[in-house]
Design a binder for this molecule. Structure first.
Ligand code: PLP
Length: 376
């Protein structure tokens, strides 16, 4: 059996090596390292794929979130509501901009931000909601957008983990995750569903004025060369990363399909188990692109299971082991433990199994057998 990886970037690269190497060579030969034609073509290709009016490439997914918030003109003291159960980047940029992060609980079935918890957290100072499409499944965007409309709030989608996922509305219509809110961010970190070979990110919006503002902010606040109208940042996707992304974007749907297929095999093996809750997929198959395949282990020793898997050479991970409201950097007197029953439970129960585009049946069987032998 091939050695099991949490994310097998090498096998994926081997399948596209000739194409990717040739495209990188072209950048080297033309020396258009920054702002080359590859960046513009990737921008167009991604706009078309997502059905987004504007894609603004930038240096990474954390910058993308920060720049989105800068573009919306959020001011120090404005409250921004986001999920307590996510990667820290989401709350980090809120704090960095001296906005006030307001962490709220999530739903146990989807791991995504709780609509009831958002409702309770809205105050006259609230200016924005940042739903995170965690583990590859869009948050309940229909309800988020309705609340935002009612309270006149911006919605910034953190789409770092769900590129290519579709969100299905109650009337059956669909949109890609990341083109539903006012603005969205994504990351092309190597292990994300659409990963480059270094750092990369992008911001999406359908709003022409906001897109114009964002294009200046990513480039030192310049709209006319050497005229700095606003305080900006330097955040670029370089041409080598863009050309890699151009080579991989046409493969994204196939990559996501491979993840969905692996997830289905995992969930079939774990169905109706007394100690395992498998991931819930809302909508249909395209609604979840399984950036992570995350189980909840109930009435059993999650940490001992993890050690058992590691001992057998199966990588696995806890995403995320600590609630953000419990992190030193983000603790606040405004929080009560009683407001986070779900997140406080999830941090003790979750375990993520290997998930990538290269898992074969032999590996999946070894992983599921190993989990089941421990939890029998
Ligand atoms: C990866 C990730 C980010 C940050 O992306 P980087 O490109 O690493 O800066 C932000 N939010 C979430 C939910 C992520 O998973």
């Amino acid at each position: 059996m091939k050695k099991i990886q949490m994310v097998d970037l090498k096998s994926q690269y081997d399948r596209i090596k000739d194409n990717v190497n040739a495209s990188i060579q072209e950048v080297l030969d033309t020396t258009t390292y920054i702002n080359g034609p590859q960046v513009q073509s990737f921008q167009k290709n991604l706009e078309e794929y997502l059905g987004a009016k504007h894609v603004i490439p930038c240096a990474n997914g954390t910058d993308a979130l920060q720049i989105a918030m800068m573009g919306l003109g959020l001011q120090p003291g404005d409250e921004v509501i986001t999920a307590d159960f996510t990667f820290a980047a989401t709350v980090e940029v809120i704090a960095l901009l001296q906005l006030t992060p307001v962490l709220v609980d999530v739903d146990a079935d989807t791991f995504n931000i709780s609509i009831d918890a958002i409702k309770k957290a809205i105050t006259p100072k609230t200016k924005a909601i940042v739903p995170v499409h965690l583990f590859g499944q869009a948050a309940n965007m229909e309800a988020v957008m309705a609340l935002a409309k009612e309270h006149n709030l911006y919605v910034i989608e953190d789409n770092a983990q769900a590129i290519g996922a579709s969100y299905k509305f109650a009337d059956g219509s669909k949109k890609k995750a990341g083109v539903i809110g006012h603005v969205a961010s994504t990351s092309f970190f190597p292990s994300k569903n659409l990963g480059c070979y270094g750092d990369g990110g992008a911001i999406f919006t359908n709003d022409d004025d906001l897109a114009h503002a964002l294009r200046g902010i990513v480039n030192h606040g310049m709209y006319v060369r050497y005229h700095h109208d606003v305080v900006g940042v330097n955040s670029r996707l370089d041409s080598i990363q863009a050309t890699i992304l151009n080579a991989k974007l046409p493969l994204l749907d196939g990559y996501n399909d491979a993840r969905q297929t692996a997830a289905e095999k995992y969930s079939a093996a774990f169905a109706n188990h007394a100690h395992i809750i498998t991931p819930t997929v809302k909508g249909d198959r395209d609604s979840h692109v399984f950036h992570q395949y995350t189980l909840r282990i109930i009435n059993a020793n999650r940490d001992a299971l993890m050690q058992h898997l590691l001992d057998k050479g199966i990588p696995c991970a806890i995403y995320y082991p600590i609630a953000l409201h419990s992190q030193k950097a983000y603790a606040s007197a405004r929080y009560n433990e009683a407001d986070f029953p779900v997140t406080n439970q999830l941090v003790k129960e979750v375990i993520s199994l290997p998930m990538h585009t290269e898992l074969d049946d032999e590996q999946i069987k070894f992983i599921t057998d190993s989990v089941l032998e421990f939890l029998k």
